[in-house]
Design a protein around this ligand. Structure first.
Ligand SMILES: Cc1cc2nc3c(=O)[nH]c(=O)nc-3n(C[C@H](O)[C@H](O)[C@H](O)COP(=O)(O)O)c2cc1C
Length: 175
């Protein structure tokens, strides 16, 4: 019997969904079942699945509260199946901050939550100033200036390393 996998995402500008879709490609290439849900819409029984993957981006230092609430409210069910979590953020564009042990958001997240997924990942996201409302653009430009990143308001840079996403997908489909 085929294993059932659910992927839940929290994404504002679509980069986390794009990463989920790459993982789905890996699953499909390996003839595996996988379903994608927004964290806002998922209302199925977790134990209906053999594996559940959660991907969430960082906004102003934190993951979406809905993701945190979902994990806290479903800890028992999550602990009864194979699980994975990945974070998407711009700090992870720096090689010394792109692993679960070195990315500050991932480290902090797992200090504040009582859940240990089977696999944890972290990926660099996308910078796209033209998409951001005025206040967000100024804030991100400031963060980028502080961290020696691009501040030109036309900058559009996808930092995601797709080979690493594919490798993560391969690990997940073998869980
Ligand atoms: C308003 C805003 C705030 C952000 N805050 C942070 C942050 O605090 N740290 C960080 O590393 N990246 C931050 N980012 C970058 C996002 O995590 C990155 O663009 C990611 O690709 C977004 O994924 P999404 O499109 O799935 O939401 C921020 C982006 C925006 C637009």
């Amino acid at each position: 019997m085929k294993l059932k996998t659910a992927i839940l995402y929290s994404s504002v500008d679509g980069q986390t969904i794009k990463i989920c879709n790459k993982i789905i490609d890996v699953f499909k290439q390996n003839n595996q079942n996988v379903e994608l849900f927004s964290i806002n819409d998922f209302n199925k029984d977790i134990t209906h699945y053999d594996r559940l993957i959660i991907g969430a981006s960082i906004r102003y230092g934190v993951h979406n509260k809905k993701v945190i609430d979902f994990i806290n409210n479903n800890k028992k069910q999550l602990d009864s199946i194979k699980t994975a979590f990945f974070s998407v953020n711009l700090v992870a564009r720096k090689p010394e901050k792109n692993s679960p042990d070195s990315n500050p958001y991932v480290i902090k997240f797992f200090k504040t939550i009582d859940w240990t997924p089977t696999i944890i990942g972290v990926f660099a996201g996308k910078l796209d100033y033209k998409k951001y409302p005025f206040f967000d653009r100024i804030m991100i430009q400031f963060i980028m200036w502080m961290t020696k990143g691009p501040t030109n308001s036309n900058a559009e840079i996808e930092y995601t390393n797709w080979d690493r996403v594919t490798e993560f997908g391969i690990q997940l489909k073998d869980l």
